[in-house]
Design a protein around this ligand. Structure first.
Ligand code: SF4
Length: 369
């Protein structure tokens, strides 16, 4: 029994599937993925984008392979990437085989869309030969016609049926190294589909709200839908879909997991909204501090609070606390205990140095243990 059971999340038990070196499902940490939006055929541009995605902390990255020029570039992309690559194939089985040969760690493909059984078998053989897993990706916007006719419209039952139909094709070919997604842009539909799918199988689930929108609306919509699922233990790997830089998708994904205590990465800044009582400019300080410590990956919590109303209370729960004090004399707390006061005009640099020192201490302690 944990000390704070209201914070416990019981993860759904899923089998483990490997995406290259990254385990998905089982007890593996929930992985964060995104997708490049450069032209895959332009290997240099795609590698450069993957570099930024890696720096943001992504565990896995997906690239579209719509044509032979893309799969031709894939070998160089895979070689340059430090994280596993998922090749996104829509229909063409040849692109899937080429991707497997080029070193993709996973194929995003719906076997029911490939065509003849012989082609399906060829793709599965290529996946097996090259150690590729797969993702079945059902999307409410592209459900099979027969299901739409039978159910009348995209609904959770139709999406789950579609997913299980695709899954059966792989199972019939003795292939079980796959995960499944059932995405919709409507949060109600997506959540209900994932809940039903979670009950219907033990495959790892790739969770996301598709076509969620721009940075702000997409983040809110994704956080509600994915937050609901993750909170109830559903989800083994996530992708936040935003009409924004893929790096933003990774950042939002991590923030989501951090909010639910499912992953810890980097500095978690707790800050007040500020009001007339603030003793320094909270909004500007937090914005600048976030940017200044963005390079730190060590998990750590820092509170930056405008005044004594909530400052000492928040500082008790964080590694480093900062509370605005009267006459510009502020209070710093370390591990919840008042540590020193200071009048330094450069709050950002003062806090950043404390954070960097603390990160080095945590890393050194980790290295010893
Ligand atoms: S902590 Fe102080 S400054 Fe911040 S919102 Fe509350 S009362 Fe205002």
């Amino acid at each position: 029994m944990s000390i704070r059971p209201y914070r416990d999340i019981q993860r759904r038990k899923a089998r483990t599937v490997m995406v290259g070196s990254v385990a998905v499902g089982g007890d593996a940490p929930i992985s964060v993925q995104t997708m490049t939006n450069s032209l895959t055929a332009d290997a240099a541009a795609t590698i450069e984008q993957i570099r930024r995605i890696e720096e943001a902390g992504a565990d896995i990255v997906r690239v579209s392979c719509p044509d032979v020029e893309s799969t031709a570039a894939l070998k160089a992309i895979v070689a340059a990437a430090q994280i596993p690559i998922v090749a996104d194939i829509h229909f063409h089985y040849k692109r899937a085989i080429e991707s497997a040969e080029a070193g993709a760690a996973c194929l995003r493909i719906n076997p029911g869309n490939i065509g003849s059984e012989a082609k399906v078998r060829e793709v599965i053989r290529a996946a097996k030969d090259h150690g590729c897993s797969m993702r079945i990706g059902v999307n409410a916007g592209s459900l099979e016609q027969d299901l739409l006719e039978r159910y009348g419209e995209p609904c959770p039952e139709a999406m789950v049926e579609s997913a299980l139909n695709h899954a059966r094709i792989l199972e019939d070919n003795d292939f079980r190294d796959f995960k499944i997604s059932v995405k919709a842009s409507d949060v109600f539909l997506a959540v209900a589909a994932y809940q039903a799918l979670a009950d219907a199988c033990d495959y790892p689930l790739h969770v996301g709200i598709t076509e969620a929108g721009g940075l702000r609306t997409g983040t809110v919509k994704s956080s509600i839908g994915m937050g609901m699922l993750l909170w109830s233990g559903i989800g083994d790997t996530i992708r936040v879909s935003l009409s924004a830089d893929p790096v933003e998708e990774v950042k939002v994904g991590f923030e989501m997991l951090k909010s639910l205590n499912l992953r810890h990465r980097g500095v978690n800044i707790i800050s007040c909204p500020s009001c007339a009582r603030q003793q320094f400019n909270v909004i500007d300080t937090v914005a600048a501090l976030e940017a200044r410590v963005a390079h730190i990956t060590t998990p750590m919590s820092v509170s930056v609070i405008g005044c004594v109303v909530n400052g000492p209370g928040e500082a008790r729960e964080t590694d480093i606390g900062f509370t605005g004090g009267g006459a510009g004399t502020h209070q710093v707390y370390i591990a919840g205990v008042p540590h020193h006061r200071f009048k330094d005009p450069d709050i950002i640099e003062h806090l950043a140095e404390l954070i960097e020192r603390k990160a080095a201490e945590i890393e050194a302690a980790k290295a010893v243990s």
